[in-house]
Write a protein that binds this ligand. Structure first.
Ligand code: RTP
Ligand code: MG
Length: 137
């Protein structure tokens, strides 16, 4: 059994897409093992996206991620890291497969509705950034 971190980004929350995203996880039989709503500070967003600190989009991304509330979730299931990435679609919504969350709802390469961990190592780090073991069910 694998775990991954999912985030509904500020655009997804403000546009009323929380239920839509969660419905897609549950329909796939992915278990939600933890969930909460947070409004990150700029510093907290920078800490979360530290792997991207040299990227040209880092400042804009961390401004966006601290611009409003987000929903963070721990998803659990077999091969859930890849299954979540498949449900999300490509980073650039223009390249995302039809029927994926980003193809259906993203409006911009940055405002792409969801985040998902990309490897077991990053999943573990990202989950620990937001949740203690006691909060994961
Ligand atoms: P995420 O980490 O959010 O799940 O997305 P990802 O793996 O598909 O994409 P990644 O390369 O890790 O980039 C993280 C987030 O940064 C924003 N981004 N902006 N302006 C740009 O060229 C650009 N590229 C990436 C997106 O919000 C992306 O999801
Ligand atoms: Mg990423």
């Amino acid at each position: 059994m694998e775990r991954t971190l999912s985030i509904i980004k500020p655009d997804g929350v403000s546009r009323g897409l929380i239920g839509e995203v969660i419905k897609r996880f549950e329909k796939e039989g992915i278990k939600i093992a933890a969930m909460k709503m947070l409004h990150l500070t700029k510093k907290e967003a920078e800490g979360f996206y530290a792997v991207h600190k040299e990227k040209p989009f880092f400042d804009s991304l961390t401004d966006f991620m601290s611009s409003g509330p987000i929903v963070v979730m721990v998803l659990e299931g077999e091969n859930v890291i890849q299954r979540n990435r498949d449900l999300m679609g490509a980073t650039n919504y223009k390249e995302a497969k039809p029927g994926t969350i980003r193809a259906d709802f993203a409006t911009d390469i940055e405002k792409n509705v969801v985040h998902g961990s990309d490897s077991p190592e990053n999943a573990q780090k990202e989950i620990a950034y937001f949740f203690s073991e006691l909060e994961i069910h």
